[in-house]
Design a protein around this ligand. Structure first.
Ligand code: 5RP
Length: 225
């Protein structure tokens, strides 16, 4: 099975956790794409009433195409569960997210959800976080100064670029600085330090947030909770 098939496997499996009348946070990325498509089919076949709360413009467009009703996080009084992908998950179930530049809305939706489920193929499981570059979302004004501070800290920063070499803008119009840290020894300390920088909007460490992980493997989906 290739990586894409494993993503499809967990996307399809996660749909079993969604039931009639639920309000569901929908993450962003190539794994979540399979979930959203499968959810659209389930709603049609079982005639369900589901409300989706999306984490990006890309997921909003796909969910609408699949016939899923949407509300914003501010229009709902709760979110029953959120299902999202992840870029890295450590052996103590902490995560890096934001490879798709949607970390800010993903964290807002996740922290307003009663339950968080990550769906990943097995390549995302690591011992310690940090091989995957840690995304930091910063407002454009003063972002060069933050970048220079990150250089001094030896965080090996790079601005995330588009295919045409422009600085990538998030759905909120911010920039992403990726930190090439190789290994994050103290994720909680680093998260606090990054958040304290004026101009940093959010960072991609998702700590103490996940309740269940569904991992795609060649032997079928494996559930960790
Ligand atoms: C987007 C994310 C994604 O969940 C993460 O990048 C995983 O994506 P994929 O399922 O495409 O591997 O955090 O900001």
């Amino acid at each position: 099975m290739n990586q894409d098939q494993l993503k499809q496997q967990v996307g399809n499996k996660a749909v079993d956790l969604i039931h009639d009348q639920m309000i569901v946070g929908l993450g962003t990325g190539s794994t979540v794409k399979y979930l959203v498509e499968a959810l659209g089919e389930k709603i049609k076949h079982e005639n369900l009433t589901i409300t989706g709360v999306v984490t990006s413009k890309a997921t909003a467009a796909l969910a609408q195409k699949c016939g899923i009703s949407l509300k914003t996080v501010d229009q709902v009084d709760h979110i029953d569960l959120t299902i999202d992908g992840a870029d890295e998950i450590s052996s103590d179930y902490q995560g890096i997210k934001g490879g798709g530049a949607a970390l800010l809305f993903e964290k807002i939706v996740a922290t307003n959800s009663q339950k968080n489920i990550w769906i990943v193929d097995q390549s995302k499981l690591v011992d310690k976080l940090g091989k995957f570059p840690l995304p930091v979302e910063v407002i454009p004004y003063g972002s060069q100064k933050i970048f220079e501070r990150f250089v001094k800290e030896d965080y090996q920063p790079t601005f995330r670029l588009t295919s045409t070499g422009q600085k990538k803008k998030t759905d909120s119009g911010n920039y992403i600085i990726d930190l090439h840290l190789q290994q994050i020894k103290h994720p909680h300390q680093l998260a606090l330090k990054l958040k304290r920088q004026v101009g940093v909007v959010e960072q991609g460490l998702f700590l103490d947030l996940v309740n269940m992980i569904i991992v795609g493997t060649v032997d079928g989906p494996k559930i960790i909770q």
